[in-house]
Design a protein around this ligand. Structure first.
Ligand code: ASP
Length: 325
């Protein structure tokens, strides 16, 4: 770790790959590139002034495209971040991560880490070698947020394109643009620009120390299926045969299902599969119906993470779990 000036916090940057570390063949290219090609030292070297914000210790945890992230990856990343936070000499952690599944990793960490210290996930939409890459400023902003005295106690945060988003609601809402991330239900928790952070909100649900989950909590197999016009009920019935303990139904509108789909979902429930209703719309609040708990304001992907943990921990009262976390 570089020696920080007396008043600077000491932060660990944990690199996992993604477009923020991506290298393309030409500067003009924003889509043809290899994710996770640059190592963490190169990432940091491209950010002037980083060590004026915090004393930085950087480590390469992985170099993956986040489309390849798995539950086992979440667990080992959480264990590493928890160890850094517990070891002393680390006032907060910034995780660089691909944007494709960043929201899932962020929510998982938000539920399992036992800390009040800031943990910030950051990515980029343009590879490091592109014309006007967004990664270097996003990384500087993420470190600025993690170093801020009021970042503590908010659980895991997501920083991209000047916005500070809470892990529970943050979502990738665009496939290409640098302003890809939003919090469709909760709105931004803060703003970061030119070294200043403005806070605007606080997490509304239990997280980190206020959950029973840890990085060692087993993750039950849970699938996600979506409703759409003419969708085949056979796919729903096939979920039972995969050994899944849960299914998140990303239903049309308010979590609704066609008559055929509903019949197949009811069969799954009778067979002991926990089916949670969510919405494919990208925002809104879905309530329980017909013996199926509602995901509330959680996206289908976040609902899956929570259901994996809840079933893995052997918890009953699934609706209560969804209302609380
Ligand atoms: N496919 C990349 C990833 O998720 C996309 C990105 O990082 O923006 O790793």
């Amino acid at each position: 770790m570089s020696k920080p000036a007396m008043s600077l916090p000491r932060l660990c940057i944990v690199a996992t790959g993604g477009t923020i570390a991506g290298a393309g063949v030409r500067p003009q290219t924003t889509m043809a590139y290899a994710a996770g090609a640059l190592d963490v030292d190169e990432l940091c070297a491209r950010v002037p002034g980083l060590d004026e914000v915090a004393g930085i210790q950087a480590e390469q945890f992985a170099a993956i495209d986040s489309k390849n992230a798995t539950p086992a990856f979440w667990q080992s990343l959480a264990a590493r971040v928890q160890a850094l936070l517990d070891a002393g000499g680390c006032d907060g952690v910034v995780v660089t991560h691909g944007t494709d599944t960043l929201e899932e990793t962020a929510y998982y960490l938000h539920l399992v880490l036992k800390t009040d210290k800031p943990v910030v996930l950051v990515g980029a939409m343009r590879p490091a070698t592109a014309l006007s890459p967004d990664g270097p400023l996003n990384l500087l902003d993420a470190v600025t947020v993690a170093a801020h005295p009021q970042a503590a106690g908010r659980g895991v945060l997501v920083v991209l394109n000047h916005q500070v988003l809470g892990a529970r609601d943050a979502a990738k809402t665009n496939a290409n643009r640098p302003d890809a991330f939003a919090s469709p239900n909760a709105g931004a928790m803060g703003w970061v620009q030119d070294g200043r952070v403005a806070w605007m909100g606080w997490p509304g649900h239990g997280h980190t120390r206020a959950t029973p989950f840890t990085a060692s909590t087993p993750l039950a197999p849970v699938e996600v299926l979506a409703g759409y016009a003419g969708g085949s009920a056979a796919l729903i019935r096939a979920v039972g045969a995969t050994g899944a303990k849960g299914l998140v139904w990303a239903g049309t509108g308010n979590g609704s299902a066609s008559a055929d789909a509903q019949e197949a979902l009811d069969e799954l429930v009778r067979d002991g599969v926990v089916v949670v209703r969510a919405t494919r719309t990208g925002s809104g609040c879905v309530a329980a119906s017909g013996g199926m708990p509602g995901a509330g304001t959680l996206s289908p992907w976040k609902a899956r993470v929570l259901l994996m943990l809840a079933l893995g921990a052997g918890m009953g009262g699934v609706q209560d779990v969804f209302d609380t976390y």
